[in-house]
Design a protein around this ligand. Sequence first.
Ligand code: AAL
Length: 432
Amino acid sequence: MNVKSLKTIFLVSCSILLACTPKEKMPNKPFPMNIADIEPGREMSSAMKRSFEHYEAPRLLDNELYTNFLYTELKGFDYKDFDGTISRRDPSKIIFENGKYYIWYTYRHTATAPQGRKLANDSIPSTDWDLAEIWYATSIDGFTWEEQGVAITRPQKPQPGWRSVATADILKFNDKYYLYYQAFNAPSGTYDADKDAYDICPVAMSYADSPDGPWIPLNQVVIPFGESNDWDWRVIHDPMPLVHDGKIYLYYKSGMEQRDANGKHWDCWGLAIADKPEGPFVKHPLSPVMNSGHETMLFPFREGVAAIVGTDGIEHYTIQYAKDWVNFEVMSVTQLLPTAAGVFSPDAFADVANADGITWGLSHFINAGNNWKKQCSKLGRFDCDLSLSTNDNKMKNSNILLPNDVYFKYGLSAKQRERIKQQNEDLLNTNK
Ligand code: AAL
């Protein structure tokens, strides 16, 4: 058969196919001004269809999982003029017990500011969360805090966490309290040749009968690393426990080696489930269950779980929801998100069928003194409306504009200026 007859057969088959394909039902009227006037079954563009089908509501104002975040400085914490020797960061969830709010956080009080892993020794920290302990504070109103002191000290070598204990989160289960935290056995940033990775640090747990302690260490690793070459075989960070269906649902961060433009590995979030706080924790077979977020804050919402997904990843700066606690969907895109925050989630452990959500929490602000040589972090409060019972329209704005200076601060590098100059010259040369 020659090329010409092949072409003819192809064209004839195409027209038969086209004739058989049902024609798309195109709307014959322009899109109406009022949503109520949209005819049922009307064909829509993908974007308009998404407004009605994917999101909770076409208007942000009606989207329970959209919010702004408004920030307030806290009272009650001293940072020695941000000289870099005192740091408070990575706050836990906030709980309300004994007539007051409780929060736990990474507390570092060292002789110097962090100096990097090469200069680190027994008293010089490598990073902002090295040589740290877990401290706690209480508050009556959530704005003024009273530091209560240490909750988890560093145990003796070789117990997990002898070098640093950091990034704790709280669980209340059957009237007892559990703190899960990162337990470093080497200065953070140290290279581990066995695992060919930095920051190998298991999750440890301590328990107490009261939020005021005393905290008893379990002295064992509670969330096992994955097998060699599994996505989470090297790092398990940021443990976050919630209660669902009578079990402990603990989300944690790990990630694949693929580097992003900012040099960070691909952060994802896994889910491990246990019947008892000490485990065994069984990893959900669909883990990782979230594809983004260096810092993610989770809380029960309606019958599912919601997540505020912060920096890093293809779905950063979003608020997500998983009705089944496993399969997350993007519910909104937002701005000025809290960083590594701890939320006040009254239903975190209540295991209710219709959780209300959250309206505030504490975020950390790294490099609090704006001087990387004296790096330290501070805690600040954020307020929001991700709650079914709160309806604060002011939290639903979507035109937050930052001061001009902020835009220009993120300017071009000399290398980028050079590239642009070259592109201009090339254009001039080709048009001569
Ligand atoms: C934080 C957390 C973990 C990391 C480091 C300290 O924001 O993601 O805790 O290890 O940074």
